[in-house]
Structure formats: C-alpha cells, structure tokens
Design a protein around this ligand. Sequence first.
Ligand code: CA
Length: 236
Amino acid sequence: MSTRILIVEDEPALQETLAYNLQKEGYEVHVTADGYQALETARFWTPDLILLDIMLPGLDGFEVCRRLRREMNTPVLMLTARDDEIDRVVGLEVGADDYLTKPFSMRELLARVKAQLRRAQLLRDEIVRSAAAPAPQEILTFENLTINITRREAMLNGQILPMKPKEYELLLFLAQHRGQMLSREFILERVWGWDYIGNSRTVDVHIRWLRQKIEKNPAKPERIVTVRGGGYRFEG
Ligand code: CA
C-alpha cells in the first residue's frame, strides 16, 4: 500500500505543484482546499501525513490541526505564509509536527515529508514492540537482596536502596561475578572505565558505602568480603 498524503491548500498553483511532486515520489495524494473538507478526508481516507496551509476557506489551518490532534497522531506539516504564524504553529496549542515557510523549495518539502514519515514509522514500530513484548524483568536475587537489572535498582527486604549510579554499577558488577576474587584494578577498569582518572581508593570508598547499605554488620562484612592480596569477592 502506498503512502498517502493529504494536501490542504487553497492556492491552485501550489496545489498542483505539491501534488505533482509528491506523486512523482510515489506518494498517493488527495487535495482539498477547505478546512472542513480536510477534517472529513482525514477521517475517512486516513492519510499517513497531512500538509496543511493556514489561511483556508471554512476552517483555518490552526483550527484544523487542533481538531485533528484530538482524533489522530498523523504527522501534520504546516505551510505558513507569514512570520507571525510561526509562533502559533510551533506552540503547543496547535500541535503541528513541523512547518515550512512559503516560499519553500520542493526539495526542502520532500525532505521534511520523508523525515516526518520516518518518525511516525519509528513510533509505530515502537508501539508494536512494546505491546508485543512487555519488558522482561531481569532480576538477580541473593536472599533478601535483589538487583533489578531492567529497572536499575537494588532492593533490600523489599525496600529500594537509594544509590548513586556508580554504587549500583559496582554492586551489579560484583553480583555478576559472584564467588570470584576481583582485584581493585580490575573493578576500577570495568566499572569506571580504563580511562577513568582515579585510583583504586575510589573502589574502596564505594565498597564501604555499599557495605553500609547491604551488610548486616558493615564492620564484619559477609556479602562483600575483602580478599587478602588486594581485592573483593561477592559472596551473595
Ligand atoms: Ca491559503
């Protein structure tokens, strides 16, 4: 099925140029010059994009756009003739997706049309994807401690632990390497990045903060233990 574009424009010469150029690009077009007619056509013909002039007989383009927005998400590209119309077009009040100021080149118009169609397609794909697959929750559990990787949060006894992003990343990294001795240098490189300007003291400080949050007795840690020889091990 070809892509449909509704042209709402009352200047015959521009109607013709727009229709000709869009058809040449392979789009199916429908032309109307009247605001009320535009709403009707948008409802029954369900175009993929609407080119909308502002000064129109019947209902003006601002009002057409406002009413369209209540009913559909079809991208609306407005064609403005005066600078003072632009403020209203880009304002939230009207809700147009983009605008072009007359006179514009056909090349510019086609580029904007393509961009809007692409954006709408990405949104549709996104909606289909999220409807088809509710985000799987990836969760690591260690008794009363859970790490929800999807939500990037850790919970202790069902309570979310307030954490700085690096603390969370460190905890996740340790948990994903449960039982392994990890040197400070290795942790620093993997959690902070090899180009991080800091030293392994950074790791110790964050480990201390984590212990205060997840250990029963931070002075006698059982979950994140210090390994002789310069590292840490996550026990679970
Ligand atoms: Ca006009």
